[in-house]
Design a protein around this ligand. Sequence first.
Ligand code: ZN
Length: 251
Amino acid sequence: MRVRIGSGPLFEMKPVSVTIWNEFIHERTDPQVARIYPHGIHSAIAAGIGPYGFRIRTATLEQPENGLSPEVLEQTDVLIWWGHLAHEQVSDEVVDRIHARVLQGMGLVVLHSGHRSKIFQKLMGTTCDLKWRTAGERERLWVVAPSHPIAEGIGEYIELPHEETYGEFFDIPAPEELVFIGWFQGGEVFRSGCAFSRGLGKIFYFQPGHEEYPIYYNRDVLRVIANAVRWAAAPHGALPVFGNVPPLENV
Ligand code: ZN
């Protein structure tokens, strides 16, 4: 798409390139999960955010270099991450590579149990641990930053009939922006939508998405993920300059 800003030059608006990463184990080993996500959580998310006009590819754990070669990451504006059983199987080299790309400006959207992934822990610097219980409770995700672009089009809250319960304390650094607070039927609350920046990269953690419930077919959940991709891919301003520099004035 070409967009003219004022009387200035035409800007070429490239579609945002998204890579959806999934460990892709539950869907191949648990028939109940396979019924919900026959082609994997990554494929459901790809189909769900497809209408937003992104250029989408998927990557999974068992692929060479966990599907995240330097070339793939170089072509990725925003990486979406879903993992649960196999955090330790993601290679440290790949984690270091993602970390470096985030610091250079790649966006990262971490979903649900990805809170314990190596990459999220490395970026946060904390355990990212929390309370949990799988009892199919109702969750209400309240928007607590209605002016934030990630909440665009969502109304006051999202209601999920069944979700795994996550509870505070969630061991993360204080989010730079808190967009959602989740309330669960059993009484817990949780910081369910947390925005951070690291270097030039923007990071969004979004709690919904336990594999035993069809959460990545929920239109509002998909809208939040799509909004988060747009937010994380938005331009970042000037590149910083580091190192020894000459003075600008005579000294
Ligand atoms: Zn879960």
